[in-house]
Design a protein. Structure first.
Length: 259
C-alpha cells in the first residue's frame, strides 16, 4: 500500500483578528485532502504579516500573534508561527513559503537522522519501516479571492506565481458567488498547473470577515460565537480595535489582501 504524502498547510494573512472562519478554512482543507486518499495533513500554520504590511487598521503584530495563539489553543494540529510577523520589511508570499518549506525539510531530515541512528527501536513488524520515507509537501491555503489577485496587472511577478502554484500548490476555499474554476481556465499559467490547485467548496456558508468583526467591535456590538472567547477577552483587556486604533497605521496597501 502506497504511503500518503504528508502535507503542511500554510495560511498567510493579517489575522486582524483571528476568526472562527480562519480556523474553519484549515479544517475544510484537511478534510478535502484526506478524502483524495493521497495526502495526510500533518500540520497547519498561520503566518500573520508584519506591521510593515501597511494596511489601515492593522494592529501590532504582537497582538495579532497573541490572539492567534489563544484562538488555536483548541486545535491539536494548527499553530501560529511568528517568523513573518517579526520581519522588518514586508515579505513576499513566495519567500514565506520557501522559509516554511525549508524548516519542514530540516525537521524531516532531523527525524530521519535520529531514526537511522536507532534502527532497532523501529518495530520489525512495521511494514512502513521498510518503505522509503516520503518528503513532506507545503501548500498555500487561501480563499477564492486570492486567485483573483493573480489577474491584477503588475501585482505579482509571473515567476512567483509559477513557483507558488507549480512547486508548492494551492488549496483554495471557494465562497458564495465565486467561481475559482473559471479563473483557472481563463489563465494559461494557472491552467497549466491546475493539477496542483485543490478547489474546496464550503457547503456551510460563513461569510464573516475580520473587517466586519472590527466594525462590530468599534460600535460596541457583541462578536460572541464569531471569534473565540479567549480572543474576545484579549481584545477587551488590551483595548484593541477601538475607533482610535483603526485610524492608526494608515499606510498604503503593499500587496493583495490575504486572509
Amino acid at each position: 500500500m502506497r504511503s500518503r504524502i504528508p502535507v503542511i498547510l500554510l495560511a498567510c494573512g493579517s489575522f486582524n483578528p483571528t476568526t472562527n472562519m480562519h480556523m474553519r478554512l484549515f479544517e475544510l482543507a484537511r478534510d478535502h485532502l484526506h478524502q483524495t486518499g493521497r495526502y495526510q495533513v500533518i500540520e497547519g500554520i498561520m503566518s500573520p504579516v508584519s506591521d510593515s504590511y501597511g494596511k489601515q487598521g492593522l494592529v501590532s503584530a504582537r497582538h495579532r500573534v497573541a490572539m492567534a495563539s489563544l484562538a488555536l489553543e483548541t486545535s491539536d494540529w494548527i499553530r501560529v508561527d511568528p517568523w513573518e510577523s517579526q520581519q522588518d520589511t514586508w515579505t513576499e508570499t513566495v519567500k514565506v513559503l520557501r522559509h516554511h518549506y525549508n524548516e519542514a525539510l530540516r525537521t524531516f531530515q532531523s527525524k530521519e537522522l535520529t531514526r537511522n541512528k536507532h534502527p532497532m527501536e523501529t518495530s520489525t513488524g512495521d511494514s512502513l519501516s521498510c518503505q522509503q520515507p516520503v518528503l513532506p509537501e507545503l501548500k498555500l491555503l487561501c480563499g477564492a479571492d486570492f486567485l483573483q489577485t493573480f489577474k491584477t496587472p503588475n501585482l505579482w511577478k509571473e515567476e512567483d506565481i509559477k513557483e507558488i502554484v507549480g512547486k508548492f500548490g494551492l488549496v483554495c476555499i471557494s465562497r458564495a458567488g465565486s467561481d475559482p474554476s473559471q479563473l483557472i481556465q481563463e489563465s494559461d499559467l494557472l491552467s497549466k498547473f491546475q493539477h496542483n490547485i485543490f478547489l474546496v467548496r464550503e457547503w456551510i456558508q460563513n461569510e464573516v470577515s475580520a473587517t466586519q468583526i472590527r466594525s462590530a467591535l468599534r460600535r460596541g456590538l457583541s462578536v460572541k460565537y464569531l471569534i473565540p472567547d479567549s480572543v474576545i477577552a484579549y481584545i477587551a483587556q488590551h483595548n484593541v480595535y477601538t475607533a482610535e486604533s483603526e485610524r492608526s497605521n494608515q499606510g498604503r496597501l503593499l500587496q493583495p489582501l490575504r486572509l
